[in-house]
Ligand binder design. Sequence first.
Ligand SMILES: Cc1cc2nc3c(=O)[nH]c(=O)nc-3n(C[C@H](O)[C@H](O)[C@H](O)COP(=O)(O)O)c2cc1C
Length: 457
Amino acid sequence: MSLRHFIEQARQAGYLIEIHREVSPHLELARVAAALDGKPVLFHLVTPTPALPRPFRTGEGAIPVLVGAGSAREYYALDLGVPTEKLLSTLTDALAHPRTPEVMASGPCQEIVEHDVDPSTLLRANLGRLPILTHLPTDRAPYITAGVAIIRDPDHGRNVSFHRLMVTGPRTVAARIVEGRGTDTAWRKTQDGLPVAICIGNSLAVLLAASMSPPKGVDELGIANAMSPTPLVQCKTIDLQVPAETEIVLEGHITHTLTDEGPFLDLTETMDYVRQQPIIEIDCITHRQDAIYQALLPGKLEHKLLMGMPKEPTIYAAVSEVCECRDVAITPGGTSWLHAVVSIVKRGPDDGRKAIEAAFKGHGSLKHVVVVDDDINLHDPAEVEWAIATRFQADRDLVVLADQPGSSLDPSAAHVPGQKTRTAKMGLDATIPWGAKRQEYEKVRYEGVDVREYRSA
Ligand SMILES: Cc1cc2nc3c(=O)[nH]c(=O)nc-3n(C[C@H](O)[C@H](O)[C@H](O)COP(=O)(O)O)c2cc1C
């Protein structure tokens, strides 16, 4: 499937917001999209800001921009054709059973091929033609935020992941590449640079797969293909394959030249700091005839869901090894990374505690977890708080673990350069105490009525 297939479905379902007024990619578009967070928004008329110097003047090709495609669970369910409550099992199945994608002779992402990446010509393959957003006044340059980078590791094969990309020139970007992950380890094995294809404008299945960290050697595009058909095509200038339905593909290589990258807003809605990061040189741009540019607002719901949702199946698998796990939610209030709620069917006195320990194993960056019974809606923060209020006693049900490996994203953790972040962790067992009378702990609910019958009379 494709991004434009999602747009059509979202339009029909009444989710899509369409903006026809002229909007600048410099600060304005991000502000409008942030005010509409949680909705897919299609900006039809994106105009450059002539006052800005090149290459920071972007949008000269008048390409429409979509933001927020993945900003609610309902949109993934709609695109994957499953009910929202089946998303967890869909992700779990795809992760366990990837399917090798078909390779086609040609694809829509190569309807136009622009080899001639010439910094002096504006209307050829030049990043300035893309409506790349500048998000905040503190940004050093426009940033590509929804680019999915495909590389090949000589030992482990294809790796697919997100990397934010700061525009540094008409055909260069600086990539934030987290140390020790797939792209970083493959890049460190090269001397002349690592070939990379950056796909912009992807199906929701590709976005989800790119956010996952499967075991080394497992192909994320196989995971995407297991969720939704994802045929591939061969790139034009490098030996890599990309999803055929992508809107725009930047072909190039990750060099060993470093430059300052950042500051940039991160998942936690706090500023990430400046680091020396590699420059990517773009040699060729391919795109659809009527390409749509995709952007993702850092720190907002789409960023959060894409980070958190792929960790739900890994927590689910770990908790299922020690007790009966019903559901898992990584919650947006906890930056969609540091907090989770796990619901279980309690079959023994220690199941709550065992679930806490397993959840920390299932997601290494998890900092706080609440375990509830399966009568609690774990997506409703008020109901989870109600379970803590009525079922939890701190001196009996609290687990605190000191000095644990933690998330580099948490500003309150202990960060020592070159070493793994350290943090304290906390688990709350908010399940009904073992042996207690269940009915004393259950929420008494009024019987439902159809109020329309009363209001219209
Ligand atoms: C929206 C989004 C943005 C991300 N941005 C970056 C980034 O800028 N740099 C990075 O190294 N990882 C980033 N990530 C994380 C990687 O895509 C993710 O951890 C990936 O699963 C790494 O997989 P790997 O260990 O197989 O390389 C981002 C993830 C999401 C969902």
